[in-house]
Design a protein around this ligand. Structure first.
Ligand code: PBG
Length: 329
């Protein structure tokens, strides 16, 4: 009791604050999302994501080496697919010589120790911008799962260490795990987007990949029949439990900041590694506010990353990964 107990004693100077600090950030905390395009010599900035780029495979090599040398050792790959290759069932996703498959081998060739995780979902390949096959205005679940499993196998064959299904179909982890096991890919991991919400924070990402749901009659304009309702908390536990039972090695909560209660609930309930995706809209918001001079970019960035980790994230997929590592090294 006061005055025997004065909490400010432990805040007297930076040395003592550092000694008692509960949460620290290091390069090991990050998964770096990478956007990849077809072509040569391309490094194009995404308009709604300042200082974030799409790379063609030739320039991707240098970027991956640079990340590795900074201590960033895990990447999460997304590809931008040409319109003419898109269809309802994402056929191009299974092309053994597709952009994703070539990206995996390219990275493994230049940087064998880089951990490669790949996005598994139909939306970049879908002519309708959805994460599933559409029939009669509905997203088909089980038919989509078969493709997601084939897609995962194709990524594993190309050398992916982890596949990361981001679609939110029911039962897809079981389908993917079963096919990987049957084909001998026992060590290929699955990072499941388990509690992925139907969030408005994905806008800039959909710009980056040109993957927004199309505005056509009879095609759902949003993803609310498969992604979770932002109003729900207990449901995230049910989703996560299913994915763990079906064979997920790492589970993910997405977006980040608005969903930290979910992260803590999951940490308190299950004993599995938890990833958090600090999404494109979260990145864009801070960049915009900083550009206007309204927020201190670096300070707010560190506060947000620290908050995500403090809430319980074992790893964070973040567009700020490089900025953070530059700042702390
Ligand atoms: C789609 C996917 C999305 C993101 C990752 N995978 C968008 C969506 O669900 O529409 C969003 C990531 C971000 O906003 O940074 N499978």
């Amino acid at each position: 009791m006061y005055p025997n107990r004065r909490n400010r004693r432990l805040r007297t100077n930076e040395t003592i604050r550092a000694l008692v600090r509960e949460t620290t950030i290091s390069p090991n905390d990050f998964l770096v999302p990478l956007f990849i395009v077809e072509g040569k010599g391309i490094k194009e900035e995404i308009p709604s994501m300042p200082n974030y780029y799409r790379y063609s495979l030739d320039l991707l090599k240098a970027e991956v080496k640079a990340l590795y040398n900074m201590g960033l050792r895990s990447v999460l790959l997304f590809v931008k697919v040409a319109d003419k290759l898109k269809d309802n069932s994402g056929t191009e996703a299974l092309n053994p010589n597709g952009l994703m498959q070539r990206a995996i081998t390219t990275i493994k060739n230049v940087c064998p120790d880089m951990l490669v995780m790949t996005d598994v979902a139909l939306d970049p390949y879908s002519s309708f911008g959805h994460d599933g096959i559409i029939h009669d205005g509905k997203i088909l679940n089980d038919e989509t799962n078969s493709i997601l499993a084939e897609m995962s196998l194709s990524h594993a064959q190309a050398g992916a260490d982890f596949v990361a299904p981001s679609d939110m179909m029911d039962g897809r982890i079981f389908e993917i795990r079963s096919l990987l096991e049957d084909e001998g890919f026992h060590d290929t991991g699955i990072m499941s987007y388990s509690a992925k919400y139907a969030s408005a924070f994905y806008g800039p990402f959909r710009d980056a990949l040109d993957s927004a749901p199309v505005d056509i009659k009879n095609i759902p304009k949003d993803k609310e029949t498969y992604q979770m309702d932002p109003a729900n908390r207990d449901e995230a536990i049910r989703e996560t439990e299913m994915d763990i039972n079906e064979g997920a090695d790492i589970i993910m909560v997405k977006p980040g900041l608005c969903y930290l209660d979910i992260v803590r609930d999951i940490r308190n309930t299950f004993n599995v590694p938890v990833a958090v995706y600090q999404v494109s809209g979260e990145y864009a918001m801070l960049k915009a506010a900083a550009e206007k001079g309204w927020l201190d970019h670096d300070a707010v960035m560190m506060e947000q990353i620290t908050a995500i980790k403090r809430a319980g994230a074992h790893m964070i997929a973040s567009y700020f990964a490089k900025d953070v590592v530059k700042l702390i090294s």
